[in-house]
Design a protein around this ligand. Sequence first.
Ligand code: ADP
Ligand code: MG
Length: 237
Amino acid sequence: MSREAILQVRDLVKRFSGFPALDGLSLAVGEGEVLGLVGPNGSGKTTAINVISGLIRPDGGSVQVGGRSASGLAAHQLARLGVNRTYQVPRPFVGLTVRQNVEVAAHYGGRGHAEADVDEVLAFVGLEGEADRPAGSLNSAQQKMLDLARALAARPRLLLVDELGAGLGPADLETVRARLAALAQRGVALVVVEHLMNFLASLTDRVVVMNAGRAIFEGDLTAAARDPQVVQVFLGG
Ligand SMILES: Nc1ncnc2c1ncn2[C@@H]1O[C@H](COP(=O)(O)OP(=O)(O)O)[C@@H](O)[C@H]1O
Ligand SMILES: [Mg+2]
């Protein structure tokens, strides 16, 4: 990769009761790059995001952010380094309003002096009209946008996006794609986990294909679709 790496993970291992969900995962993301992370269900994509964002600790390997060791840091510490993520299944504080959810994230996840403008973030994700509603009353597409807002409130330099498009209709999907493209345009590096190939094709610079907890391919999406090992993993599994 020509650009300086904002994220470098090497040989990550994570076991659940002995089962290796991550089994030597290495990958890098450049400053401002959009990396697609794909792979069959159970290949370890969410676990990778959970480890990189500090939600769970790895059993081995290293994580570097901006060239410095970030191994073993907790989620709030990584947020201060500029790393944040969305969840495959969003979990807002259902009793708080939409605005309060974003305020909490800005306060506890933010990079101190660089606290985001909550109104701007709500407008960016299209929730400005829902700001005073309880988060629990949002539909699932809106909950995904609230989760994105919560992540953006910490002003990430690297945003890890876990299946934000899953379950959305074509119109909502295009809106999400455009929002992620706008973030990339502003220089935010993205790791995008998604099964939808058209979505990835128009958004990503490069993809990493995972299988059984490790990377089996790295390159552009068109080349991935022609790679015999990638084809085998998707069609033979
Ligand atoms: N908290 C957990 N406890 C036990 N097993 C887990 C846990 N999280 C993930 N796994 C297992 O690790 C593997 C990878 O899961 P995951 O990272 O969610 O895959 P993906 O996001 O690619 O579908 C799966 O076999 C899954 O069942
Ligand atoms: Mg997953």
